[in-house]
Design a binder for this molecule. Structure first.
Ligand code: MEV
Length: 311
């Protein structure tokens, strides 16, 4: 049982290359951001579990006794357990969310309840703890989007710049700190549906889509090679290669059907200023990343960028 206040945080992330392809066993490169999500856990004596997620407008409370009287399979300590469809159904009953609750909010609550009921928390993270946190975060992802590759939870657990391939994580040791402009298009996304859409397209047009995934894999490998060469003192030509890779990947993602009009607009607007953008993550709207070249006179900074909330 938690005896004192615990404040934890994890970095947000962007995927440089390989989203969607990574679900099909290809390489992804992902980097942690200097933007973090914070979680404050505080003990109570009112017999309730309160959940407050102000950014998405969630405030709910449940009776601890009610939660504890649930199926004991949730309360097994020790190994990380994968959520079963029956457990997720049970959580939907317990969550008591209104019918018109938005999908994002609903899934956030279900993932919280699943992890709350399954995890025993600790206060200092050893390597083993981080491995466990990563495994549990992956199960949270499973509740939310069904068939995740594991890249998102890995980069938010370990931080830094990572190469992710079929569950194997390695860090991109010599890669330079990249200046990335992250743009939220404010268009809601549904990763589960997009991942399923790519799978359907692959099943429908295997001869067309499989080579696209192979090509995205090659882009990730080329990006990894260039980042490794850039080291401490990146040369302008190396930025040009990164930009070309971003453009090619963006076209591939559009061909996979995960692009979006707002992201096309972001690409056009930044392109007119000599910058290169691509969607990042699930790409059903969501976010775009723009690579900012360092030291360009008159270049942009995130402060100067004021995206319209919806085109
Ligand atoms: C979502 O941020 C990244 C995807 O590749 C899905 C995944 O890897 O699980 C679209």
């Amino acid at each position: 049982m938690l005896s004192e206040v615990l404040l934890v945080s994890a970095p947000g992330k962007v995927i440089l290359h390989g989203e969607h392809a990574v679900v099909h066993g290809k390489v992804a490169l992902a980097v942690a951001l200097n933007l973090r999500t914070f979680l404050r856990l505080e003990p109570h004596s009112n017999g309730k579990v309160d959940l407050s997620l102000p950014n998405i407008g969630i405030k709910r409370a449940w009776d601890v006794a009610g939660l504890q009287s649930l199926d004991t399979s949730f309360l097994e300590q020790g190994d990380v357990t994968t959520p079963t469809p029956e457990q997720v159904e049970k959580l939907k009953d317990v969550a008591g969310l209104p019918d018109d609750c938005a999908v994002t909010e609903r899934l956030a609550v279900l993932a919280f309840l699943y992890l709350y009921l399954s995890i025993c928390r600790k206060q200092r993270w050893t390597r083993e703890d981080l491995e466990l946190i990563n495994k549990w975060a992956f199960q949270g992802e499973r509740v939310i989007h069904g068939n995740p590759s594991g890249v998102d939870n890995a980069v938010s657990t370990w931080g830094g710049a990572l190469r992710y391939h079929q569950g194997k994580i390695s860090s991109l040791k010599r890669s330079p700190a990249l200046q990335i402009l992250l743009t939220n298009t404010k268009v809601p996304r549904n990763t589960r549906a997009l991942v399923a859409g790519v799978r359907n397209r692959l099943l429908k047009f295997p001869e067309i889509v499989a080579p696209l995934l192979t090509s995205i894999d090659a882009i990730s490998l080329e990006c990894e090679r260039v980042l490794g060469e850039m080291g401490e003192a990146p040369a302008p030509e190396q930025y040009l290669v990164l930009e070309e890779l971003i453009d090619m990947n963006q076209h591939h993602l559009n061909a996979l059907g995960v692009g979006h009009a707002s992201l096309d607009q972001l690409c056009q607007v930044t392109r007119a200023r000599g910058l290169h953008s691509k969607l990042t993550g699930a790409g059903g709207g969501g976010c775009g990343i723009t690579l900012l070249k360092p030291g360009i006179p008159g270049g942009w900074s995130s402060q100067k960028w004021r995206p319209r909330s919806r085109p």
